[in-house]
Design a protein around this ligand. Structure first.
Ligand code: PAF
Length: 279
């Protein structure tokens, strides 16, 4: 497994590679969800490249950035075991030299949900992902459906900016309890980690209601919030019932596919989860 810390050495190596290149951008603290993306890339592509970079531009809260788990040694061990071909591991001054003054911003999908509760988050994501796409030059890039809004924004960016890259959406992997895998779970105290599957339970209740013909977004949101609020330490940041592609909030559910998503804060740690529902 090659490890590259600067752009030039990565590019020199990249020039000698041929065939399909699968890319998984990450911020490290790798978990089963990331590993499943890697496995998918390894099944589908000739070469698999991972990046690990905790991108300061996508954090609107300095404390959140400082608390983000950093496990580089463990991560590299996991990647070696997975027989990844190359890891791109730059530092902040490589990715954001002092004189850089250009950002990439998506203007529509970025304003709701996560974008509303974390102002500036998505322009940080689209800026770093487009820089990484330009450096890695993958043919395929793998993104988890847990970050549903991020996935849609990246798909839109690739279309709008004509990146010649196939974006592969990958299913959300869950811990045994039902809690979606997330690097942030590693910061949860055990008592909260055990209880955090209540988020999935709330979403499951909404799904049952949809299966029974419920069409009111307000009722679905009430079902989810009642469940999550049964744990008093859990603060709901938002619950959204939106049209799946445009992410426009719905009241009466008529759309073919909807995205139901939630963000919850537990002991200062922010968790998100969602499901899509097709009628
Ligand atoms: O999903 C993430 O881990 C990050 O948002 C990403 C795509 C690696 C960009 O920093």
């Amino acid at each position: 497994m090659k490890i590259f810390k600067d752009i030039k050495s990565f590019r020199d190596w990249r020039k000698s590679q041929s065939g399909t290149i699968g890319f998984i951008p990450t911020m490290g603290a790798l978990h089963e969800g990331h590993l499943s993306l890697i496995e998918k890339s390894k099944r589908n592509c000739n070469i698999t490249v991972i990046s690990i970079f905790v991108n300061p531009l996508q954090f609107n809260n300095i404390q959140d950035l400082e608390n983000y788990p950093n496990k580089t040694d463990d991560d590299l061990l996991k990647l070696k075991l997975k027989k990844v071909d190359a890891v791109f591991l730059p530092n902040k001054s490589i990715m954001y030299p002092k004189n850089s003054s250009t950002i990439v911003q998506e203007l529509t999908l970025s304003n709701s949900l996560e974008g509303q509760s974390r102002p500036g988050h998505f322009k940080g994501v689209t800026t770093i992902v487009s820089k990484l796409f330009n450096i890695i030059k993958p043919t395929h890039a793998y993104f988890g459906k847990k970050d549903a809004q991020q996935l849609r924004i990246i798909q839109r960016m690739v279309q709008d900016l004509n990146f010649d890259i196939e974006i592969i959406p990958c299913k959300t992997l869950r811990e045994k309890s039902g809690l979606a895998f997330s690097s942030r779970n590693q910061n949860l105290a055990l008592e909260y980690r055990k209880k955090a599957n209540i988020i999935k339970k709330g979403l499951d209740l909404a799904k049952i209601s949809l299966n029974n013909g419920e069409k009111s977004a307000t009722i679905l949101k009430n079902i989810i919030s009642s469940k999550i609020n049964s744990e008093p330490e859990f603060d709901i940041i938002y619950i959204s019932v939106a049209e799946s592609n445009s992410l426009k909030e719905l009241e009466n559910i008529q759309a073919k596919e909807i995205l139901i998503s939630v963000a919850v804060k537990i002991d200062g740690i922010r968790l998100i989860d969602n499901f899509t529902y097709s009628s």
